[in-house]
Write a protein that binds this ligand. Sequence first.
Ligand SMILES: Cc1cc2nc3c(=O)[nH]c(=O)nc-3n(C[C@H](O)[C@H](O)[C@H](O)COP(=O)(O)OP(=O)(O)OC[C@H]3O[C@@H](n4cnc5c(N)ncnc54)[C@H](O)[C@@H]3O)c2cc1C
Length: 368
Amino acid sequence: MDTGQEGRMRLPEESCTLVAVGAGPAGLCAAREAAACGVRTTVLDENDKGGGQLIKQIHRFFGSREHGAGKRGFEIALELAEDCANAGAEIRLNHRVLGFFEDGRLLVEGDFIYVLEAKAVVLATGALERSFPFPGWTLPGVMGAGAAQTLVNVHGVLPGKRAVLVGSGNVGLIVAYQLLQAGMEVVGILEVEDRVGGYEVHESRVRREGVPIYLRHRLLAVEGLEGVEAVLAKDLEKGTVKRFHADTLCLAVGMIPQAELASMRGCRMVFVRELGGFIPWHDGDMRTDRPGVYVAGDAAGVEEASIAMDEGRLAGVAALEDLGALSPNEARKRKEELKRRLNLLRGGAAGRPRAMAKERLAAGWRHR
Ligand SMILES: Cc1cc2nc3c(=O)[nH]c(=O)nc-3n(C[C@H](O)[C@H](O)[C@H](O)COP(=O)(O)OP(=O)(O)OC[C@H]3O[C@@H](n4cnc5c(N)ncnc54)[C@H](O)[C@@H]3O)c2cc1C
């Protein structure tokens, strides 16, 4: 550590051409594009493993073969990280981006705190689990379903013995099944709507294991002295209250884009309900309204891993074009192909509202 003339601490400084913040599918794919084109590329992730959410996914993925369908999430994570490193990108794990300086340089915490300057920054920081307050919500044993999944699949630790899940979307169904596989009892899944939110295949799997899904049931409270002892839910049809004996409550009630860094960088933020909340405004090529700043994956709107991969590639290609590392003609061809794939991925009933939201964003995009 150096000390300047005025006695102020001077932090070590480094530079690269493109930096991807986040080593999930979006960041790894963006970085791979850039590194494969000969651009000096660094990927930063605060986690000690690359792959983002995928490292805890032990189920086989759906979708197209190009996006790893049929493989387990953690296998896809390993492949993406290997591919990215083989292309020449430097992947720095245990490196957290703390923020931006006004001039766009990044403040990073690794073994020590340093400043990183990059001509292009791809923000691929993923999403956070949504939560909400209710009586008892701070008791030990109340957690996000993703947190329970991390405990079980990454650290090999059971969060408890008997779980109730809230939310019957894919995350709730998948995590319920994985808790069962790990040896926990799943007492039930509460769903406030009158139908299950996730795919039929995930629903059938938990139903086959005898897990009841309580439709039109609203979580009321969690009871316990030093931890969860019971979960109370209201049956909205009958108006009665049910009590479940459980020591774990997992919330699977949606994800929120993790886009604070974009906001700190001064990117224009917009609220898009279909995409999970506030996201940085971006055009159809994943450029934000800040020159040299791109966004991809769940940070640009909560969707799926396959979409995160192609959005990452798109952001990488757009950055290469802006850096002059790819000819406009080549960039155009690659972007067209990636957009075609993204349209296909968003083609289903669940994807269409998100596709329309992305189109609206792109159409309304203005450079500041
Ligand atoms: C239970 C569950 C099951 C799922 N199943 C499927 C499925 O079957 N198929 C599918 O397609 N998708 C699935 N998904 C969704 C998929 O995992 C995500 O859409 C995808 O991982 C998003 O990729 P990403 O790169 O945008 O973000 P992430 O994978 O979340 O990666 C973001 C990375 O950024 C890092 N990061 C964040 N902030 C910082 C910072 N300040 N400094 C440094 N690093 C930072 C994080 O550590 C993380 O590694 C599932 C998700 C969950 C929770």
